[in-house]
Design a protein around this ligand. Structure first.
Ligand code: GTQ
Ligand code: FE2
Length: 298
C-alpha cells in the first residue's frame, strides 16, 4: 500500500486529487458499488506530502483517522486545527468542514475510515466543496481547543467536542490495565469514547485499540457488525472464517459481518491493533447480535 501510495504522490498532487487516497477494495465489492473494505465501511490510506494542502470540503459521511506515519501534518475540522502524530486517533464528524496540510518533512500517511457505504445505502450522501475556506484555523498549541474543553463562543457550539485522542493516553491506559485479565476475544482493549455522550466516538462508527500481549491466543466469536483492523506494531495472526491470516506492523485487514474470527500474537513482544467498526450504527438499528465461536472451533 505504502509503495503504491508514494507512487501516487509522484503522479498527482493532494490538491488535484482533492483527497489522494488508496481505497481498500474488498473483492466482494459489486461492480456497481464504490470500493469498500466491508459492506458498510470504507477504508483507505491517505498521503499528504510536505507543503501540500488537501482543500476544504464537507460531506454527510463521517470520517475517522489513525495516523500511521509522519509528523507535522494537521487537519482543520470546522476551524479547529488538530496536529497529527503517528498513533493518534482523529475524527471528522459527518457534516463538518475539513482540510489537511503538512508543515513537516517526509510523507504523512494515515488510515481513513468512513461510513460511506452505509450513507450510500440510505441514499443520504451530500457533499459541499465551496465555503469552508473562511473558517480560520485556531492556534495548534491550544490543546483545550482541540479537546473541546474550551470553545470559541462566536463560532457556535462545536459538533463533536473531542477531535483527537493522542496515542500517549492509550499507552498510559494499557500500562494501568497491565494486571487485568482483559477480554477473552481481544485481550486488553479500550474503546475511543465521546465524553459528552459517554458513547462511541462517532454516531455510526466506533474505534478501539487493543494490546495483544506476547503469547496471547484468544477465543473465537462472530457478530453482525463489521470491523477493519490496522496493525500499529507487533505481529500475529487472525483466523477469519476458518482461514489463517498472518499480519504485522502496517497491515490492514477486514472482518466482514458474521465472519467467525479469533486473534493471536505470534511475536516476541506485544502487538498493538487499531480497529474501527459500524457497531454504533448497527446498535441504533437494534441489529447487533453476537455468538461465541464454539460451533465452529471446539
Ligand atoms: O480525508 O476528507 O479516504 O473525504 C475518503 C473521503 C478521505 C478526507 C477519504 C474523504 C477523505
Ligand atoms: Fe472528506
Amino acid at each position: 500500500v505504502r509503495q503504491f501510495l508514494l507512487r501516487a504522490g509522484e503522479m498527482i498532487s493532494a490538491e488535484e486529487a482533492d483527497r489522494r487516497v488508496l481505497a481498500m477494495k474488498n473483492p466482494g465489492t459489486l461492480e456497481t458499488e464504490t470500493a469498500r473494505a466491508t459492506d458498510t465501511l470504507w477504508a483507505a490510506v491517505q498521503l499528504v506530502m510536505p507543503g501540500e494542502v488537501a482543500p476544504p470540503h464537507r460531506h454527510s459521511p463521517g470520517a475517522l483517522r489513525l495516523i500511521v506515519e509522519g509528523g507535522g501534518g494537521y487537519t482543520v475540522v470546522n476551524g479547529s486545527r488538530v496536529e497529527m502524530h503517528a498513533g493518534d486517533f482523529l475524527i471528522t464528524p459527518g457534516g463538518t468542514w475539513h482540510e489537511h496540510g503538512h508543515d513537516g518533512s517526509g510523507p504523512m500517511l494515515w488510515l481513513d475510515g468512513l461510513d460511506l457505504p452505509i450513507v450510500q445505502s440510505l441514499h443520504a450522501v451530500f457533499a459541499d466543496f465551496d465555503g469552508g475556506a473562511d473558517l480560520e484555523a485556531v492556534p495548534s498549541r491550544a490543546s483545550a481547543l482541540r479537546a473541546g474543553t474550551l470553545a470559541p463562543v462566536w463560532r457556535g457550539a462545536p459538533q463533536a467536542p473531542t477531535l483527537v485522542w493522542p496515542i500517549e493516553d492509550v499507552e498510559a491506559a494499557f500500562a494501568d490495565l497491565a494486571q487485568e485479565e482483559g477480554s477473552p476475544y481481544d485481550d486488553l482493549v479500550v474503546e475511543y469514547r465521546d465524553p459528552t455522550t459517554n458513547g462511541a466516538a462517532m454516531t455510526t462508527m466506533g474505534a478501539q485499540m487493543q494490546l495483544l500481549r506476547a503469547g496471547a491466543e484468544l477465543e473465537s466469536h462472530r457478530h453482525t457488525h463489521s470491523v477493519v483492523y490496522h496493525v500499529v506494531r507487533g505481529e500475529g495472526a487472525s483466523n477469519l472464517g476458518g482461514e489463517e491470516f498472518p499480519w504485522r506492523q502496517g497491515d490492514t485487514f477486514a472482518i466482514p459481518s458474521w465472519v467467525e474470527h479469533r486473534h493471536a500474537s505470534t511475536g516476541d513482544g506485544d502487538a498493538l491493533l487499531f480497529s474501527f467498526n459500524d457497531k454504533p450504527a448497527i446498535e441504533l438499528l437494534k441489529l447487533d447480535f453476537e455468538r461465541p465461536g464454539k460451533d465452529l472451533y471446539g
